[in-house]
Design a protein around this ligand. Structure first.
Ligand SMILES: Nc1ncnc2c1ncn2[C@@H]1O[C@H](COP(=O)(O)OP(=O)(O)O)[C@@H](O)[C@H]1O
Ligand SMILES: Cc1ncsc1CCOP(=O)(O)O
Ligand SMILES: [Mg+2]
Length: 279
């Protein structure tokens, strides 16, 4: 449960829909269209832009930034650094998605460079969290690895270590989601196994987190609460979509519809969250 009703995921969703925050995305080739559709479905406004020459102007009009290293190139890394620098300088929230960081030294270099600009949130699967926390883990390309209880416990500890080291919130997703700022931890239940069978679900979620930060940080929720709200909405939509589909193909449109029709008054949203202090 969240600490007070005013911090409920439903209220955060309502604020997002009322404010339609513009989210600047520098994301990968695979995730661009799914991410834009996902942001539109939940009620935010997407903008994809990665040319260095326009980053400063785009940054000036955006409410939040989402950077995703899924399909890197050297010129994109420079654009990412510039965008992260602008967000950091202007006090705007930004999210880093370290897709497949264990898979190459270019990805590791890019993340190291980007972490200099202090992301508000790192949103990653367990393999990526382990790799970023320095617990050598190559993962399986862009996907997560073991889903067992011991693996979840180990990855949760790594998420806490990472949150403390980077002084940010870490949102680690999988069959259970764990969000931590290093002192508190919120677990989020829900979603559907098919979410792991559709590409760019995590990438799009990172941008949804950015949208929730834009809508909620201004005197409403803190970064941990806003991130947990995003994950609760995603989990709820995923669970709803998964109830009546045959496979990944039909899951995608059902998921977009479920985000679009998500009921901000649903009591299920807050019940998905469990807050604990970290020892
Ligand atoms: N087995 C699962 N059961 C329920 N939800 C899942 C499952 N696998 C992934 N998800 C959900 O899918 C979304 C993307 O998470 P994840 O697959 O960990 O990211 P990525 O696509 O970056 O690897 C999250 O909302 C997560 O909760
Ligand atoms: C398959 C793939 N390859 C490079 S980026 C990408 C998309 C990864 O998406 P997600 O991390 O959301 O599953
Ligand atoms: Mg991912």
């Amino acid at each position: 449960m969240m600490t007070s009703p005013s911090h409920s995921p439903g209220n955060a969703l309502r604020r997002l829909r009322q404010t339609t925050p513009l989210v600047h995305n520098i994301t990968n080739h695979v995730a661009m269209t799914p991410t834009a559709n996902t942001l539109l479905a939940i009620g935010a406004s997407p903008l994809m832009a990665h040319a260095q020459q326009e980053i400063q102007e785009i940054s000036a009009i955006s409410a939040a930034l989402s950077i995703n290293i899924g399909t890197l190139s050297p010129s994109w890394i420079e654009a990412m650094q510039l965008a992260a620098m602008c967000a950091h300088r202007d006090g705007k929230p930004w999210v880093l998605d370290p897709v497949g960081i264990g898979a190459s030294s270019l990805r590791q270099y890019a993340c190291r460079a980007l972490l200099e600009y202090r992301p508000s949130v790192i949103r990653a699967n367990a393999s990526e969290v382990l790799a970023l926390a320095g617990e050598m883990n190559q993962g399986r390309g862009v996907d997560s690895g073991d889903d067992g209880e011991d693996a979840l416990e180990r990855a949760s500890r790594a998420a806490i270590t990472l949150a403390r080291a980077q002084n940010c919130v870490v949102a680690m997703t999988g069959h259970v989601d764990v969000v931590t700022d290093g002192q508190r931890q919120i677990t989020i239940q829900g979603g559907h196994a098919l979410m792991g069978r559709v590409t760019a679900m995590g990438c799009a979620l990172s941008s949804v987190v950015a949208a929730f930060l834009a809508a909620s940080l201004d005197g409403h929720d803190d970064t941990l609460q806003a991130t947990a709200a995003a994950l609760a909405c995603y989990a709820e939509a995923g669970e709803t979509a998964g109830q009546s589909v045959e496979g990944p193909g039909s899951f995608v449109p059902r998921f977009l519809d479920a985000l679009y029709t998500l009921d901000a008054d649903s009591t299920l949203l807050a019940s998905r969250l469990e807050l604990t202090d970290v020892t």
